[in-house]
Write a protein that binds this ligand. Structure first.
Ligand SMILES: O=C(O)CCC(=O)C(=O)O
Ligand SMILES: [Fe+2]
Length: 329
């Protein structure tokens, strides 16, 4: 690894625009503050308090439980059983969603100077994952194009998410990622390593591939059964907001190879997964990988104050009630 890259990685580590998270991470390292903060989160994420925080969202959902189709049930059953479900835009039909339109919008977004500069420099403006170039970024720079709204806030998607979580969820994160190709000798970091996401007790994630993804350009991988309620839920488990990373050799030692699932698929592959289970992905070596990423969490989630703006704000009136709830509209 050259010096330039080492310096870049160090800067990226400390330059995080997501200030609140950074402050929390630092405070959590300072004794005795760390103990107090830990106690606070332990209490917040205890079953009882978490349910209390989510009482309203749960009641809202119970008042109007949607009638789910077979394909929606199949996603929910797979997530309960394995933690991951792979399908495609052609199989999981989403009304009003136009995949070509989304691709056009994404291509336009990525033509901007801001993005092209980052790709050329091989370094994202944002900390941590310096190899992921984001269309929106943490402080949303761009309004969400309608083609993406038609996917992420679509009734069928939101009902599936809420059906799995058992409450009205919040869209706490969405973006389009361009994973720049990595050199083999660059160390694995962040979500290239096995981990559980840490923002909440329950998390539903959606990934849509916008490029063909094979073995060599960063498929999402999942250790089946490690999601909450799964057969292997306690394996390297932790409590939010702590984030645990697991070494490859450790996990391979403990879990039989038949429980590892790799999401290989062409552009248009749609993946739903419970991000509290152990997963990794995005180490693109042979070519770049472009994906839509969205996280749905609960009212208890940390860092959930992002309020997404729509490129066509009048479209809000056409959204279902649970979709409006998801974006706090
Ligand atoms: O980039 C990927 O495939 C996985 C990213 C990840 O860990 C996540 O979205 O939680
Ligand atoms: Fe993750």
């Amino acid at each position: 690894m050259n010096n330039n890259l080492q310096i870049r990685m160090k800067i990226a580590k400390y330059r995080d625009v997501f200030l609140r998270r950074q402050v929390r991470v630092i405070l959590m390292k300072i004794w005795p503050l760390s103990i107090l903060i830990d106690r606070y989160y332990q209490a917040k994420f205890s079953t009882k308090n978490w349910q209390k925080i989510n009482k309203h969202a749960q009641t809202l959902w119970l008042q109007n439980p949607p009638k789910l189709s077979l394909s929606q049930h199949s996603v929910i059953n797979d997530l309960r059983d394995k933690g991951v479900h792979q399908t495609s835009i052609n199989n999981f039909i989403i009304d009003n969603f136009d995949f070509e339109e989304l691709n056009k919008d994404v291509n336009n977004l990525f033509l901007s100077n801001r993005i092209q500069k980052q790709i050329k420099k091989r370094c994202s403006y944002y900390a941590g994952k310096w190899y992921v170039i984001r269309a929106f970024g943490f402080k949303q720079q761009v309004n969400i194009p309608t083609s993406l709204v038609n996917l992420l806030l679509n009734e069928k998607i939101i009902d599936t998410v809420n059906g799995y979580l058992g409450l009205c969820s919040r869209l706490v994160y969405c973006d389009i990622w361009h994973n720049i190709p990595r050199y083999d000798d660059e160390p694995m970091l962040d979500s290239e390593l096995w981990h559980r996401d840490h923002e909440d007790r329950r998390l539903f994630k959606l990934i849509l591939y916008l490029s063909d993804v094979d073995q060599s350009n960063g498929p999402l991988e999942y250790v089946c059964g490690t999601q909450p309620g799964g057969d292997r839920e306690r394996l390297y488990s932790d409590n939010p907001p702590n984030c645990s990373y697991v070494l490859e050799e450790d996990i391979r030692d403990k879990v039989s190879s038949r429980h590892f699932y790799k999401c290989i698929g062409n552009s248009g592959t749609l993946i739903f997964f419970d991000a509290r289970g152990i997963h990794r992905g995005g180490r693109a070596i042979s070519s770049a990988r472009k994906v839509v990423v969205a996280t749905y969490a609960t009212d208890a989630s940390i860092d959930n104050s992002t309020k997404y703006k729509l490129a066509e704000p009048e479209r809000i009136h056409e959204l279902s009630k649970p979709a409006k709830y998801a974006i706090r509209a």
